[in-house]
Design a protein around this ligand. Sequence first.
Ligand code: CP
Length: 351
Amino acid sequence: MTIRHFLKDSDISPAEQAEILNLAIEVKRDRLKYQPLVGPQAVAVLTDKPTLRTQLSFCVGVAELGGYPMFVDGKLAGGGVRESVADVARVLGRQVAAIVWRTYGQDRIEEMAAHVSVPVVNALTDDYHPCQVLADLQTVAEHLGGVDRLSGAKLAYFGDGGNNMAQSYLLGGATAGMEVRIATPAGFQPKASILAEAQAIAQETGGGVTVTDDPVAAAAGADVIATDTWVSMGQEDSAEARRSPFVPFRVDDAMMARAASDAIFIHCLPAYRGNEMTASVIDGPQSRVWDEAENRLHAQKALLIWLLDKAVESGTVESGTVGSGAVGSGAVGPGAVGSGAVGSGGGESLR
Ligand code: CP
C-alpha cells in the first residue's frame, strides 16, 4: 500500500469521509482522547500565504494529539526558490510525522507528496481548501443531527465558482451525497475537470452538482447557504474590477428567506461584511460561522489521526517511527490510534 495524503477532497472515499467526520464529532467531545503523536513527534505546518484559522487549528490540534507543531514560514523556507520543493520534502520527511502545507499551485503540493513517506495535507491551494470543507461538513452534520444526514442535503454556494472553496464544495459535497449548487457570474465557473469529477462522484453517491448564474434559483429551499470572499489570496490587485459581477450574489436577508426556514449560513472566514454577505446574515441567528471556525480544529485532528493510522497500516511508516528516523517509542503504531490516550494509556483503535 502507498502512503495516503489529503491533497484534495476526493482523495478520500465517501465511507472514509464519513469515518473522519464521525471521528471529528467524537474528538470534539473528548479533545485529548487520541494521542497518536505522543513523544512529542513533530508535524510541520508550512504556509506560503496568510492565515489565522489554519495555523491556529493545526498547531493547537497537533499539540492536543500529543505532538509538536513546527510552524514553518514558507517565505523563509522558500520552497521552489531557495531549493526545489522535492528537496524541501526530502528534508521535512526525515523529521516529521506529517506535513501540512498552504501554498499556491496544486502542482506544488503534489510534488511535495511525491517525495515523502509521511502524510501530506492540503491546508489550501489555489484549487482546493479540503480541510475547510471537512470542517464545514462537520458543522452541517451537527446541524442536521448526524453525518448520515448529509446525504441529500442541499448546499448553495454564492460567489466565485472557480475559487478553492467552490471547487472543494463540489468535490467534498458530492462525496457526502449532497446536492451542491454553485451560483456564480458568467466567467467565474469552476474548472471543467473538477466539475466533471464532482458529477462523477455525485452519480456514485446519489448527490448532485449544479452550476448556475441564477442566485434566486440556487437559494430555493437550500439547507445550507455558503459564501466566501470575492477576492481570494493573490487577487488583491484586481479587487475593484472583480466586485461588480458578484453584487447580485451577495447573501442578504432576502436570500436567506428563500432557503429552508431552518437553513444555516456558513463562511470559511475572513469575511467582508457588506460585500459577500450583509452583517445581518453573518451576525444573525442562522449563522454558524464560529462553530465552523472551531470545527477546523476537530476535523483536522480527526484527519491527522486517520492519516497517521493509514501510514502505519501501509507499512511506509514503521511502528514507533517517523519517516526513516526513529522518534519516540511507539506512539504511531498499527492500531495505535488512541493507544497513547491521556491517563491510562488506553483508548480506541480505528480498526
Ligand atoms: N478559513 C481559513 O482558511 O482561514 P485562514 O485563511 O485564516 O487560515
